[in-house]
Design a binder for this molecule. Sequence first.
Ligand SMILES: [Zn+2]
Length: 217
Amino acid sequence: MATVAAEHVGVYATAGVHPHDSKQGLAGIEELLELPQVVAVGEAGLDYHYDHSPRPIQRDVFAAQIQMAQRHHLPLVIHSRSAWDETFEILDREGVPERTVFHCFTGGPDEAREALARNCLVSFSGIVTFPSGQDLRDAAVICPLDMLLVETDSPYLAPVPHRGKPNRPALVPLVGEKIAEVKGVPVAEVAAATWTTAARFYELRAADAAKTQALAD
Ligand SMILES: [Zn+2]
């Protein structure tokens, strides 16, 4: 992914160890964070739904990546599933990085409030369009427009009416449309706000400038 991102302006990468892979450790991640196209640490966090790695290891590897984000002054992209209490506990213990986002948010209004209280962004995926996604829609209602992002999490979680097919970045407008609908604001407003927030959060202009420089060298 970092290789693709290096060659295309407008494409960026994050580097981290997903909770599923925690047991593999963090070897090689710190070096990737030095690359100009790598704009964040992550996905990092806890996944107690699948438990692909033992929980104590997930917790240690998450904590280490929080420290990494702070050391490198990079944003942290959190993946948290069925592990809200411990996610917030570890964040509070290690110190919430200045720029932190809950990617593919799966909580409700209570969890969104906890995230917002820590100045974290909340990123909504196609789940917000699912009939079963009422909790997420309620969370979106309470998220200020400048504290939320939209994403696909492709190839997973294709939004309605594409469910069951592979997801792709081109479907992200459907997520934005649903957010606009539940918040009762124009779609263009959601598009503009999420774009501005993403560019600021990931410092995308600086990343593009550094990439262009690296390609020229
Ligand atoms: Zn994830």
